[in-house]
Design a protein. Structure first.
Lengths: 111, 114
């Protein structure tokens, strides 16, 4: 079992729709969770971080965390073609600063 | 402007050659990291350093070496022992010290083998 799992996609949504990206993790003691966006050929940029169960909203983005189910998700409302990218889920393992990354989900937003 | 710089943007390595990738940050971060990204794969940790003059191996350290002589700098050397070095190399830094601290990435160096 991979430590952090994401569906590779692509996830295709029409412009204006809600995109839902999902991530599961294996270390039950993980405390911090991050979503990064990576455009093709570029480096990852941080979108959201979440540390407590529940929802955290920032503009069009909402991160959701359920530690009991070991599940974290990212919702993108009113999706735009400029949101087309690969979204990486990263989890900080118990006891250390190391981040473990999923392989990413590719999102395609069509006009 | 505060940030992380990596150079060069593209690097070509001949067989048997060692090459060094530069990473500099002016964010006053204590911790620095090197990752490798291959197509269709996530980021894999090569080496990390939590403080000057100290560093630890990550998951795929074989064929790589690092130094941390200054807080601002964390160069990565890809040695001839690394048989499949073609990849996108990413340097990151963070404040360190808490589980909430965030890693920020440089623009990356793409290494190609001639």
């Amino acid at each position: 079992q991979k430590e952090v799992e994401q569906n590779s996609g692509p996830l295709s949504v029409p412009e204006g729709a809600i995109a839902s990206l999902n991530c599961t993790y294996s270390d039950r003691g993980s405390q911090s969770f991050f979503w990064y966006r990576q455009y093709s050929g570029k480096s990852p940029e941080l979108i959201m971080s979440i540390y407590s169960n529940g929802d955290k909203e920032d503009g069009r983005f909402t991160a959701q965390l359920n530690k009991a189910s070991q599940y974290v998700s990212l919702l993108i409302r009113d999706s735009q073609p400029s949101d087309s990218a690969t979204y990486l889920c990263a989890v900080r393992n118990t006891g250390f600063q190391k981040l473990v990354f999923g392989t990413g989900t590719r999102l395609l937003v069509s006009p | 402007d505060g940030g992380i710089t990596q150079s060069p943007k593209y690097l070509f390595r001949k067989e048997g050659q060692n090459v060094t990738l530069s990473c500099e940050q002016n964010l006053n971060h204590d911790a620095m990291y090197w990752y490798r990204q291959d197509p269709g794969q996530g980021l894999r940790l090569i080496y990390y350093s939590q403080i000057v003059n100290d560093f630890q191996k990550g998951d795929i350290a074989e064929g790589y070496s690092v130094s941390r002589e200054k807080k601002e700098s964390f160069p990565l050397t890809v040695t001839s022992a690394q048989k499949n070095p073609t990849a996108f190399y990413l340097c990151a830094s963070s404040m360190g010290g808490t589980f909430q601290e965030t890693q920020y990435f440089g623009p990356g160096t793409r290494l190609l083998v001639l």
